[in-house]
Design a protein around this ligand. Structure first.
Ligand code: G6P
Length: 607
């Protein structure tokens, strides 16, 4: 998603703006731009594609202004061309924007009727036009922004500068995140604290509906009602070191490899290793024993973590769970039980639909629990209680280590809930926790097979369609495997519950369709194997993921990836790894942009 940076500096700011934009690259983008104020003029450089293209432009014709704004754009309205890239300029106004102005079409019509001409296909230009018109009509910059904001619908963040006001930077937030960074005689604005980390760790997060007028030495903040107000300044823990790939070719490869370690870190937060028990924080304001139902919402990979959790909570805690993708949940006005618990899951903590689902649940009197990886994110700040995943920064757009850390937290919560509800004995808790703490070791074993998985990925890389089959607790892993493969290799892939195969997808099977079968030795193993035989009988090319000691003549006929023998409870954590590796290596062979696949964004701040 788009990234925003703004600096009121004491030396030329262009290089710092590009550095900050680089720190926002992980969000996904397809063009970039920057504008600075210099001697009463606005200098602007923009380029489609990666930041290096913008850097080339800046090398050819540098910008020397001491104040500026920058942007990485993830196209929503209009193709990712130089012309549509931000910043957008109208008259004396220059602006960058993240999010969507939902009523832009009617505003545009109105402006055109009033004689305005538009240079871009973006919704953003409408904002620039409105502010510029208000200025031309004699309003002060603050007044012009205030009246414009009142007309905008949608979810957005904005940074705005004025040609003749080199000591003024205005930011606004409604829906999309925005943070102010306080420097010494300098001020910063950015989409997140990570972007600002090289400059300052003193951060003020804007609340929804806030707008802020910054000078180098002051901050005036107004809330949604237009009242001047104060928001606390916090000290961000985000490191100023740019996360690097280490010895890996891609961030995704590094993040897959880190899983034993980060799952271990996450376990260390929630498990009492000596007692083999789950540690739930005392500050929980609800009692799992009193809950009738749990509502889990999330998007993408995080939603699949929620789906795995449904099996865990229902089986072990005997707690009914409803899981829904947040984009559907937020609008369907689901009735929720009184004093129920809603869990939202999000790596970034900024996903617009997940945030809306959280707010809906709060409005319905639910207790809210967020499982997030970015502790300073909006979702983390708005939820009643936060269970962090300790995955560290995840840069690859396709989520890997955040997913297994989400699973880890959810497994701990499910066991904790089961104990509070009296649904499992102390011995059972011991057994499950003992299984869980073994997960990092098993994951490390699986990673040793990377070369073998890469060989299989080579065969898959020629396919047009791939099916992933799983049952029970590993049905969501089939969905996740298919999502990983399609998002980074662009091979069409579908995940199915193995039992559902004969209700349609089996029609697709022929010798050109690889079928990845996820089959741990659990109580459903024989059933999954039967489904696999149905595929084999129709010439399907099977890749079987099962335990090393799962013997049987049938298996020798197929490509096989061996997974260590473990308690089936933790199998989703283990089987997630080979499906990630398959997708990664298929993408590398095909030669796609693994870390920033086309059209995708890491942090999806629009709905
Ligand atoms: C995007 C990312 C996915 C992620 C999803 C939810 O689509 O590309 O990897 O699973 O958003 O993101 P979240 O930050 O809420 O986990």
């Amino acid at each position: 998603m788009c990234g925003i940076v703004g600096i009121l500096g004491t030396k030329p700011v262009a290089a710092d703006i590009v550095d900050a934009l680089r720190r926002l690259e992980y969000r996904g983008y397809d063009s970039a731009g920057i504008a600075t104020l210099e001697n009463g003029k606005i200098g602007r450089r923009r380029a489609p594609g990666k930041l290096r293209n913008l850097e080339d432009r800046l090398r050819e014709s540098p910008l020397d202004g001491l104040a500026g704004i920058g942007h990485t754009r993830w196209a929503t309205h209009g193709a990712p061309t130089e012309g549509n890239a931000h910043p957008h300029m109208v008259g004396d106004v220059v602006i960058v924007h993240n999010g969507i102005i939902e009523n832009f079409a009617e505003l545009k019509q109105e402006l055109i009727a009033d004689g305005a001409t538009f240079e871009t296909q973006t919704d953003t230009e409408v904002v620039a036009q409105l502010v510029a018109r208000a200025r031309a009509g004699g309003m002060s910059p603050r007044e012009a922004v205030r009246t414009t904001l009142a007309r905008l619908e949608g979810a957005f963040a904005l940074a705005i500068m004025f040609r003749d006001e080199p000591d003024l930077l205005i930011g606004a937030r409604k829906g999309a995140p925005l943070a102010v960074g306080h420097g010494e005689g300098q001020m910063f604005i950015g989409s997140d604290a990570m972007a600002l980390a090289p400059f300052t760790n003193r951060i003020t997060y804007l609340e929804d509906g806030d707008w802020v007028a910054l000078t180098r030495r002051s901050m005036e903040l107004y809330d949604v009602e237009g009242r001047q107000t104060v928001r606390p300044m916090s000290f961000s823990q985000v490191s100023s070191n740019l996360v690097d790939k280490g010895n890996h070719r891609h961030f995704m490869a590094k993040e897959i490899a880190e899983q034993p370690e980060v799952v271990g870190h996450t376990l260390a937060e929630y498990v009492d290793f000596a007692e083999r028990k789950i540690r739930l924080p005392d500050k929980l304001r609800f009692d799992f024993a009193k809950l009738d139902r749990l509502t889990i919402t999330a998007c993408g990979t995080a939603a699949y973590a929620g789906l795995v959790a449904k099996y865990w909570f229902e089986r072990f805690a005997r707690l009914p769970v409803e899981v829904d993708i947040a984009s559907e949940f937020r609008y369907r006005e689901a009735p929720l039980p009184k004093n129920g618990l809603a869990i939202v899951i999000s790596q970034s903590g900024e996903t617009a639909d997940t945030l809306a689902a959280l707010r809906y649940c709060k409005s319905q009197g639910q207790h809210t629990l967020a499982i997030v990886n970015v502790p300073e994110s909006t979702i983390a700040r708005e939820a009643e209680i936060v269970f962090r995943t300790y995955a560290g920064p995840e840069i690859g757009v396709a989520s890997t280590k955040a997913f297994t850390c989400q699973l880890t937290v959810l497994a701990c919560l499910a066991i904790g809930a089961a104990r509070q509800r009296g649904a499992i004995s102390a011995e059972k808790e011991n057994e499950l926790v003992s299984a869980l703490v073994e997960a990092p070791r098993h994951m490390a074993e699986i990673l040793k097979q990377e070369k073998h998985v890469a060989d299989i990925a080579k065969q898959i890389s020629h396919a047009r369609d791939v099916l992933f089959l799983g049952r029970g607790i590993n049905y969501p892993i089939a969905l996740e495997g298919a999502l990983k493969l399609k998002e980074i290799s662009y091979i069409h892939a579908e995940g199915y519950a193995a039992g559902e195969l004969k209700h349609g997808p089996i029609a697709l099977i022929d010798e050109t369709v690889p079928v990845i079968v996820i089959a741990p030795r659990d109580e459903l193993y024989e059933k999954t194997v039967s489904n696999m035989e149905e595929v084999a009988a129709r010439g399907g090319r099977i890749v079987l993921l099962t335990e090393a000691d799962a013997a049987g003549a049938a298996h020798d006929r197929f490509e096989r990836i061996s997974i260590p023998h473990a308690n089936p409870f933790i199998s989703p954590l283990l089987y997630a790894v080979p499906v990630q590796l398959l997708a990664y290596h298929a993408a590398v062979i095909i030669g796609t942009d693994v870390d920033q696949p086309r059209n995708l964004a890491k942090s999806v701040t629009v709905e």
